[in-house]
Design a protein around this ligand. Structure first.
Ligand code: GLU
Length: 312
């Protein structure tokens, strides 16, 4: 017990109660090596602190999500041995990879939450198209709040925005140190439901993390800027800035040979393709550890060894 590294000791000392973390892929493409890296951080760190991992299939974007990708992601995770420890549904036993993992099955709950915020005067309708919006210096869409006083008619196509506070949120990222982010300055008021009726990532993810008791969020560095938006939304939804906030660990992204983030179109590293090519789970785990800089050469790894490498 005494050989726990600083990260694990730190998480144990900061968490009240057992750790609950999640791996939350979107079924908009096949699982690729970058996902496996992320998943190994999630499972490795969470299990090292004695916590539990749930898997949530984030199919909130109905225009891009496909059943075939959902099936393939689950199948690839099982093949790798990365089986969740608990169901995202409080009170539900985990039946391996049950269909209830899908976020879209909670659409009614998302709608109820938004309705509650609307009843408190914390939302407004917005009919802006993506093209009509400007961008922040990081290239993200920025809304200047102009729709707040325009009273977009109910029967016109519209999205719904939630008012975001204009103040700094400060949090200590376990990998990257102290962060200061102002959600209002970053992207303006937060789009919860878009004009097509899809729930946005920020809204559905925050509601689900809250409901599913997630207190340890481990994900790629590309999602670092989302963090204050999600913290702000937690405050708005719970009506309190005293509710416990989760711990965050944003891990480095895996890059392809040209230095870009590994994408779902980078099919040569999709797990599907690797399986078709006759690779073993151990070889894929070794490849992921090598890509993440946890090994200096590619050697096959069994799952416990791989998880151990990602927990330090
Ligand atoms: N669904 C997101 C993605 O696939 C991850 C969300 C998260 O971990 O917060 O990029």
């Amino acid at each position: 017990m005494s050989n726990f590294n600083e990260l694990i000791k730190n998480i144990r000392s900061l968490l009240i109660g057992p750790a609950v973390s999640r791996f939350a892929p979107s079924p908009t493409g096949y699982l690729h090596a970058g996902h496996v890296v992320s998943c190994l951080y999630v499972f490795g760190i969470t299990r090292a602190v004695g916590g539990q991992v749930l898997v949530r299939i984030e199919d909130h974007d109905q225009s891009r999500s496909r059943d075939a990708f959902d099936d393939a992601i689950r199948d690839d995770l099982i093949w790798l041995g990365l089986i969740p420890d608990r169901s995202p549904w409080p009170g539900h036993e985990l039946g391996q990879f049950e269909p209830q993992l899908r976020q879209s099955l909670r659409a009614g709950i998302h709608a109820q939450r938004l309705q509650d915020l609307t009843a408190q005067g914390l939302t407004y309708r917005c009919d802006c198209s993506r093209k009509g919006l400007s961008h922040n210096p990081d290239g993200e869409l920025f809304h200047d709040g102009a729709c707040k006083n325009r009273h977009v008619p109910q029967d016109a196509p519209h999205g719904i925005r939630v008012l975001m506070p204009d103040r700094d949120f400060v949090f200590d990222d376990l990998a990257l140190g102290t962060q200061h982010q102002n959600p209002q300055r970053q992207t303006g008021d937060l789009l919860a439901r878009d004009r097509t009726g899809s729930w946005t990532y920020q809204f559905s993810c925050t509601v689900d993390d809250l409901d599913q008791g997630v207190n340890l969020i481990i994900r790629g560095e590309d999602l670092l800027p989302s963090t204050a938006r999600q913290l702000a939304l937690r405050e708005v939804i719970t009506g309190s800035d005293l509710a416990p906030t989760p711990l965050f660990f944003h891990h480095p992204l895996v890059k392809d040979e040209s230095g870009k983030k590994l994408g779902k179109r980078f099919l040569s590293t999709s797990i599907r393709q690797m399986r078709l090519d006759g690779q073993t789970p151990e070889k894929v785990l070794g490849f992921a550890a090598f890509l993440a800089g946890k090994l200096d050469r590619q050697v096959p790894l069994d799952l416990p060894t791989a998880l151990d490498l990602f927990a330090r």
